[in-house]
Design a protein around this ligand. Structure first.
Ligand code: PLP
Length: 382
């Protein structure tokens, strides 16, 4: 079965009691057991819930994993992974990562005595230099955020395993439609389900998909012990979102590619970051690693500084000024003042996240309408 067929049919059992074609939403917090000390499949909803299970089953299959765990948010999912790492050990993370991951690693995990190093994951030699004998986890994003940098996942998996570390990939921007990191050798794939998987800006959630049973069991233990599970309603909504994931992503990618090309040839724009453009430094790897399209996120720098970018970001009408991404509604934001404000400014600038940068999440509106909107905003921004 092909991806979109599996997205609709796997993990979505019809209800045997009623024949309903959509699996029911199980809000129950607890489940009756066959006897004292005898356990049925479900006992208590933190440990397992049928609606959450349905989503986890679908996602494990779509990402080619042995199992998946759904969390209350993407950050809860990443936090669960960091709890595999012991004090004194090291996490090496890509430099171009989600602002919240930077905050978790630098302001919470590191003060908790786990060593954290940022390294450019696009440069394998640089990445390897940051790895030491105590490195247990390498954490990357591809495409990165907000520079849309492309990391060679297969090469990173080889590097991580050669040094006895796990490779975790935040694949929120790529979605399993375009890239399946476990097939490329990664150990853990993470998604902010808040973004493309849900796809409609109406739920908060996170997902881990795991490539082997032992690791899955360790992560499940942490999830159950800490309790940041995805709620039944969010699981239901996310399962609904996943059914149209491929259609949405493919169409959104088409619009993003068109906008990237027009922005790249516009004199009001200094630089465009989109892996689909032939002059993007990651274009060649992306062509191999991403299936048939380059994603629906793009960033660009306007001529001018912080104030000029702010003006443009505040001038669009269809692109709404908001963080988050991946939904049917197009969004615009300024990383320096919004999504990446939690970076120390020096780290932000060192890693090329400039004040004049604008990030777009291209939604499902008609592409020509989106272009007209940007064109007008760039005009105002002058
Ligand atoms: C949003 C996001 C996260 C965090 O997910 P939440 O659901 O907001 O907790 C992590 N990584 C990336 C790439 C994201 O876009």
């Amino acid at each position: 079965m092909q991806f979109r067929t599996r997205a609709i049919h796997v993990g979505n059992p019809r209800d045997p009691a009623t024949g309903a074609v959509v699996a029911p939403l199980h809000l129950a917090s607890t489940f009756v057991q066959p006897g004292a000390g005898e356990w049925g499949e479900f006992d208590y909803s933190r440990s397992g819930n049928p609606t959450r299970k349905a989503l986890e089953t679908t996602l494990a299959l779509l990402e080619s994993g042995v199992g998946s765990l759904a969390f209350s948010s993407g950050m809860a999912a990443i936090h669960c992974v960091t709890m595999l790492i012991r004090p004194g050990d090291r996490i090496v993370a890509g430099a171009d990562i989600y602002g919240g991951t930077y905050r978790l690693l630098h302001k919470l995990v590191r003060p908790g005595a786990v060593d954290v190093a940022l390294a450019p994951s696009t440069d394998l030699a640089g990445l390897e230099k940051a790895i030491d004998a105590r490195t247990r986890l390498i954490w990357i994003e591809s495409p990165g955020n907000p520079l849309l940098s492309i990391t060679d996942i297969a090469a990173c998996a080889e590097l991580a395993h050669r040094h006895g570390a796990l490779l975790g990939v935040d694949s929120t921007f790529a979605t399993p439609v375009l890239t399946r990191p476990l097939e490329l050798g990664a150990d853990i794939v993470m998604h902010s389900a808040t973004k493309y998987l849900g796809g409609h800006s109406d739920l908060l959630g996170g997902v881990l998909v795991v490539g082997n049973r032992d690791l899955y069991d360790r992560l499940y233990f942490i999830q159950n012990a800490t309790g940041a599970v995805m709620g039944p309603l969010e699981s239901f909504l996310c399962s609904r979102g996943v059914k149209t994931l491929e259609l949405r992503v493919r169409e959104q990618c088409r619009s993003a590619a068109m906008l990237a090309e027009r922005l790249a040839s516009d004199s009001r724009v200094r630089r465009v970051y989109y892996p689909g453009l032939p002059d993007h430094p990651g274009h060649e790897i992306a062509s191999r690693q991403m299936e048939g399209a380059f994603g629906a996120m793009l960033s660009f720098e306007v001529e001018g500084d912080f104030a000029a970018a702010k003006k443009v970001a505040e001038s669009t009408r269809l692109f709404q000024l908001a963080v988050s991404l991946g939904a049917v509604e197009s969004l615009i934001e300024q990383p320096a003042s919004m999504s990446h404000a939690s970076y120390d400014r020096a780290d932000r600038l060192t890693h090329g996240i400039s004040d004049g940068m604008i990030r777009l999440s291209v939604g499902l509106e008609a592409a020509e309408d989106l272009w007209d909107d940007l064109d007008r905003a760039l005009h105002h921004g002058r």
